[in-house]
Design a protein around this ligand. Sequence first.
Ligand code: AMP
Length: 172
Amino acid sequence: MEELKALIRDIPDFPRKGIIFKDITPLLGDANGFQNTIGTLCARYRDRKIDMVVGVEARGFVFGASLAHALGAGFAMIRKPGKLPYKTHRKTYSLEYGEDAIEIHQDALKPGQRVLIIDDVLATGGTVSAVVDLVRTHFDVELVEIAFVIELDFLSGRKKLEGVPIFSMIHF
Ligand code: AMP
């Protein structure tokens, strides 16, 4: 895991002053690093009968679609408003300043499916708790776990997700 950690680059003051952005592009650009990341996640979920992987725009798509393919599962997208072409369910949530929203297609998940949600980084947990709300409000599915490539422990995002199993590969 230390090898993978070394492929994550800190970008200070991006996108705003005071934020240290965890840049995953060196990890994606390293064939072994990318393969090991998906391999680790695949080993964890291979026997968990995952029907659908739900990825969060945009970096969650990269890991989510690769993992879904490796698991032989389907893939569903959670996107920012106005991006999905078909009928959607929407969830609005508050940010540090103002609000944001996410959407999913109304037919993205089927009753009884076993679902894994994935994103690249668990920071404050605001986004992913909105994702969990969106999925739980509109779909009668079994949420198996939420996976992250990176968790920023000092932001305690996990506390917003009590009762939901969480797995993070790399901790900072
Ligand atoms: P959160 O604060 O958990 O709602 O984070 C929202 C989204 O912003 C996550 O999906 C991450 O992709 C991204 N994000 C937040 N903080 C960082 C960070 N320090 N480095 C990279 N991505 C981040």
